[in-house]
Write a protein that binds this ligand. Structure first.
Ligand code: C2O
Ligand code: CU
Ligand code: CU
Length: 498
């Protein structure tokens, strides 16, 4: 009798243990713990996720106004579902779709109207990153679009051809809303871009490329959960997606291909390069064409930065592949599927950019980025929507000195601060010095975001042509959301004399 009881008891205990074990290993907590363990050894796992997906090409948003010189667009901010990993659906956000947004394409001089409908149950804003428009049209944290309401910004396109973008800018929520999918490209074309002999066939040899990193849960979702490291340096995912796809394939001909690269990530900086040690030519930076194309082997883009590049594929034949990579990690497989009959041409001269006359600088301002984690500051302050940090005048040339205070031997020991991408609204600026030296050629054109490495000092020249209350901030979205942002008011004093 006693012997039998012991036997049953053992079985029962084993069963309970087994059930507990199975239960533990099937919960998300356990899976995440296990995944996190794996991720420590390799932060990016793209090369193991060969999906064979075609690179999604965002639609070109339809212009509802047929008149020349005018354009009208509808944008709907909506909930979506996206199958990043086959068989698993993730809750996402998108403009006019499940994830990301359509490409808005306008011409210089156009009178543009946009109807933004927010069908979310939370507020949002739509900021036109890089666009030079008055602050009330800028879509910053003050232009809140409440749930189920419509915002109708309108403006005249008053700057040269460029690859810009749009994304939310709600206080404390930018990181999450962008992460879930709210981002789209905004192209400006002009007479110069029309006459340049460069690839212009949208989605065929002129390809939009939005690069972002995600951290997938075991069920293929993208919950926005910040760990300790994310709080310090911004959200860093383990998988990079391009236009919403993991390791996609882009079919092209063996000709010159133009890629319009946007780093649409919350915090990760990429170092783009190609397999076979291919050189390429950068033709545009954030705010438009460079004066001349710049031959490069790799290009780094911090969050929000853009680069347009030309890649000559003429030495390849049908079925050959070239990989666009970040460091050693594969981002896109570019596959030659057809012979081209277009003659290869890489223009040297692209545009004339008039240099600012430094004698016209009326004054200098310093922007010191410092602090760590949620305590990041600019000039020792965190964002206050009711405080104006800087006041300046329209059409005056100023020199801004942007620095990243090296933490050095801080209270936490050998702590270096994160490199911060400094972004200014309502303007395209010029970088004149990086740590006392002339910036590299591909940073000598128009810029709206500049990465300032730890301990570094960057001098930029700014001249505002639009008025109102604008933002400057770090474009690591977790830093921005923590308050690493300030406001400046551009006033039009001239109006009193006109
Ligand atoms: Cu890309 Cu303040 O924004
Ligand atoms: Cu911006
Ligand atoms: Cu930062």
């Amino acid at each position: 009798m006693k012997k039998n009881l012991k036997w049953y008891t053992l079985i029962a205990i084993s069963l309970v243990l087994l059930i507990a074990l199975v239960f533990f290993y099937t919960t998300d907590i356990a899976k995440n713990l296990i995944n996190d363990g794996l991720r420590n050894e390799e932060t990016l796992n793209n090369n193991q996720l060969e999906t064979g997906n075609k690179l999604p090409i965002p639609t070109l948003l339809e212009d509802k106004d047929p008149a020349a010189g005018r354009a009208e667009f509808d944008l709907n901010v909506q909930y979506g579902e996206t199958e990043f990993i086959t068989g698993y659906k993730a809750d996402t956000l998108g403009y006019n779709g499940n994830y990301l947004g359509p490409v808005i394409r306008v011409n210089k001089g156009d009178e543009v109207k946009i109807n933004v409908n927010n069908s979310l149950e939370e507020s949002t804003t739509v900021h036109w990153h890089g666009l030079e428009v008055d602050a009330v049209m800028d879509g910053g944290p003050h232009q809140v679009i409440l749930p189920n309401t419509v915002w109708n910004p309108h403006f005249i396109i008053d700057q040269p051809a460029a690859t810009l973008w749009y994304h939310p800018h709600l206080m404390h929520k930018t990181g999450e809303q962008v992460y879930k999918g709210l981002a789209g490209l905004f192209y400006i074309e002009d007479e110069n871009s029309a006459k340049l002999d460069i690839p212009k066939d949208y989605g065929v040899n002129d390809v939009p490329i939005v690069v972002q990193d995600k951290r997938f849960s075991s069920d293929g979702k993208i919950p926005f959960l910040l760990n300790m490291n994310d709080l310090m340096n911004g959200f860093i995912g383990d998988t990079v997606i391009v236009n919403g796809a993991i390791n996609p394939v882009l079919d092209v001909k063996n000709e010159v291909v133009r890629l319009r690269l946007l780093n649409g990530s919350n915090a990760r900086t990429y170092n783009f390069n190609f397999s076979d040690d291919n050189d390429f030519y950068q033709i545009a930076s954030d705010g438009g064409f460079l004066e001349a194309s710049v031959k490069l082997n790799n290009v780094s883009l911090a969050p929000a930065e853009r680069a347009e590049i030309l890649l000559d594929l003429s030495k390849y034949s049908v079925n050959d592949t070239v990989i666009l990579r970040d460091g050693n990690y594969n981002l896109i497989t570019i596959k030659i599927t057809k012979e081209s009959n277009i003659k290869v041409f890489i223009p040297n001269k692209l545009v004339d950019i008039a240099d600012y006359n430094q004698d016209e600088v009326v004054g200098s301002r310093a922007f010191v980025m410092s602090g760590m984690g949620p305590m990041v500051t600019i000039n020792g302050k965190q964002m206050d929507m009711d405080r104006i940090d800087e006041k300046l005048k329209i059409n005056e040339l100023e020199e801004w000195i942007v620095s990243n205070e090296n933490m050095g031997m801080g209270m936490m020991g050998m702590m270096n601060s994160t490199p911060h991408p400094f972004h200014v609204h309502g303007v395209q600026f010029r970088i004149i010095e990086r740590d006392g030296k002339t910036p590299p050629l591909n940073e000598q054109g128009w810029k709206d975001t500049v990465l300032v490495d730890n301990g570094e000092e960057v001098k930029i020249l700014v001249k505002f042509r639009k008025i109102g209350l604008f933002m400057y901030h770090c474009h690591i979205l977790e830093h921005e959301d923590s308050g690493m942002m300030g406001q400046f008011l551009v006033d039009n004093w001239e109006k009193w004399f006109l």
